[in-house]
Design a protein around this ligand. Structure first.
Ligand SMILES: [Zn+2]
Length: 405
C-alpha cells in the first residue's frame, strides 16, 4: 500500500474528537481507528504492538544493526478537529491547473485562489480535496499515513541500516489532551518527532507559553430605583477591567513572536461577572510579566472596590524551545533530512501549542514536522500528494541520518 492508499483509507474513519465527553478517547471512532491500525502494524511485522485502555497505540521497529544508535520515536494523532464533521469524508484527487476548485457545485463551496493564494504553489500537482461537506482529516491522518508507510518501507528495504524505532498514535490531540495519558517511559525514546505540521517543509520547535485566566467580579445588587451609593454592578467592573489591558496585545494585532491577552468569553449580571482569557507569549519573561499584569490589575480593582475581583490563573503549557534548544541536533537532523529529500525546511515559531510541547516537558524532546496539509479544521482543507510523500520520505531520512550521526 502506498502512502496515498493509506491516507485515503484512514480518512474513511470518523475520528472527530469532542470537548463534551469526559472520556479518553473522547469518541468511540478513535478506538475503532486505533484497532484497525494495530491490525496493519501486525501485517507490516512490527513488534511490541500495544493498544492501551485510552487507545494509545505504540509499536516498535527493532534495530537491524548492533551499532549503538539512539532510539527515536514518531508520533501522530488519531482524532480530527471538533470544529467540523469528519464523517463520510469523500476525498477527491484533482490535478491542479490553476484558478478555483469547485468542491460542492450545489452549495457553491469553492476553494478559491483569491481566498487561498497558497494554492498557486501547487500548480501541476495532484491535490486531495474534500467534497465541501466535511473536513479532509489530513490533520493528522497525513501524519499517521506518513509514519505507517515509512515503517512499511523500512521493512521492505532491510538493507537500510537503522536503530530501534518507536511509533505512537495518540487520541484527542485536537481537544488538547493528546499528551494526558502518554506513557513517556514506556515509549522509551531518546527523542521524538510529531508528524503534525502543515505545509511541506514545516519544522517547528518553538511554541507559545500558555496560561488560562478567569477574572471573577462580585457585585452588589439592590433595586435600581434605590441604588444610589449602594449598588456595585459586576458587569460594569468587568468591562472596566477589560479596558485596562493593552489594546496592542490582542490576537488581532499580533504576529510572529508577539504575545497576547485573548478574551475568549464573558458572562455577566449585576451580581456576578466573569472574563475568561488565554495568555500567550513565546518569551518566558514576557509571559510571566503578562500574568503579573493581570494580578496587578486585579489588585487595582480591589483597591477601588474591596473584595470585588478575584483571579484564577493556570499555566497550560510551555515553549518547548527551552527543552529542545540544548539538544539542537534533534532539530538539525530533521532539517538535514528534509534537505536530503529535496524539501526546503521552513522553520518558524508556532503561534499555538502542540502535543510535542507537553511531551518535551514530560521528558521527550519532540519537535514538529510537516504532514503536508493546508487549511486544517474545515471544508477547505487539502493535501498535495507530493507533500504527503515527502513527509514519509523525511521520516525515513531522519531514521537513516540518525545512524550516521
Ligand atoms: Zn494535528
Amino acid at each position: 500500500m502506498t502512502v496515498l492508499d493509506r491516507f485515503l483509507k484512514y480518512v474513511t474513519f470518523d475520528t472527530q474528537s469532542s470537548e463534551e465527553t469526559a472520556t479518553t478517547p473522547s469518541t468511540p471512532g478513535q478506538r475503532v481507528f486505533a484497532e484497525a491500525l494495530v491490525k496493519e502494524l501486525e501485517a507490516i511485522g512490527m513488534e511490541e504492538i500495544s493498544l492501551d485502555e485510552h487507545s494509545y497505540v505504540m509499536a516498535t521497529l527493532p534495530a537491524n544493526t548492533d551499532r549503538e544508535i539512539p532510539t527515536i520515536g514518531f508520533i501522530a494523532h488519531l482524532d480530527t478537529s471538533p470544529d467540523m464533521s469528519g464523517k463520510d469524508v469523500q476525498p477527491r484527487i484533482v490535478t491542479y491547473q490553476g484558478g478555483d476548485i469547485v468542491l460542492d457545485a450545489e452549495e457553491n463551496v469553492v476553494l478559491s485562489l483569491s481566498m487561498f493564494p497558497e494554492l498557486s504553489d501547487y500548480k501541476g500537482q495532484d491535490l486531495i480535496v474534500t467534497n465541501g461537506k466535511t473536513l479532509l482529516g489530513a490533520d493528522d491522518k497525513g501524519g499517521v499515513a506518513a509514519i505507517m508507510a515509512a515503517m512499511q518501507y523500512l521493512k521492505d528495504h532491510p538493507e537500510i541500516e537503522h536503530g530501534k524505532i518507536r511509533i505512537a498514535f495518540t487520541p484527542d490531540e485536537e481537544i488538547g489532551q493528546g499528551a494526558d495519558h502518554f506513557d513517556v517511559e514506556k515509549f522509551g525514546c531518546d527523542w521524538g518527532y510529531t508528524i503534525d505540521g502543515g505545509q511541506i517543509g514545516e519544522l517547528e520547535y518553538e511554541n507559545f507559553n500558555a496560561a488560562g485566566a478567569k477574572v471573577i467580579f462580585k457585585g452588589l445588587n439592590v433595586h435600581p430605583g434605590y441604588a444610589k451609593d449602594k449598588m456595585l454592578n459586576a458587569s460594569l467592573r468587568a468591562i472596566e477591567f477589560a479596558s485596562w489591558l493593552p489594546e496592542g496585545q490582542r490576537p488581532e494585532h499580533t504576529t510572529g513572536y508577539e504575545g497576547f491577552f485573548h478574551l475568549t468569553g464573558m458572562t455577566g449580571s449585576v451580581e456576578e461577572a466573569t472574563l475568561s482569557y488565554i495568555i500567550r507569549d513565546h518569551d518566558r519573561k514576557l509571559f510571566e510579566e503578562k500574568k503579573e499584569l493581570l494580578r496587578t490589575l486585579v489588585d487595582r480593582m480591589n483597591e477601588a472596590y474591596p473584595g470585588c475581583a478575584r483571579l484564577e490563573l493556570r499555566d497550560q503549557y510551555y515553549n518547548m524551545r527551552e527543552v529542545v534548544e540544548p539538544q539542537k541536533h534533534i532539530v538539525d537532523l530533521a532539517f538535514e533530512a528534509m534537505t536530503s529529500v529535496g524539501v526546503e525546511p521552513i522553520v518558524k515559531p508556532i503561534r499555538g501549542g502542540t502535543d510535542g510541547a507537553r511531551l518535551s516537558f514530560m521528558g521527550l524532546p519532540c519537535p514538529n514536522i510537516f504532514a503536508g496539509g493546508l487549511n486544517f479544521h474545515g471544508r477547505y482543507e487539502f493535501l498535495p500528494v507530493r507533500s504527503l510523500e515527502k513527509s514519509m520520505e523525511t521520516v525515513v531520512a531522519i531514521i537513516q541520518l540518525t545512524v550516521d550521526k
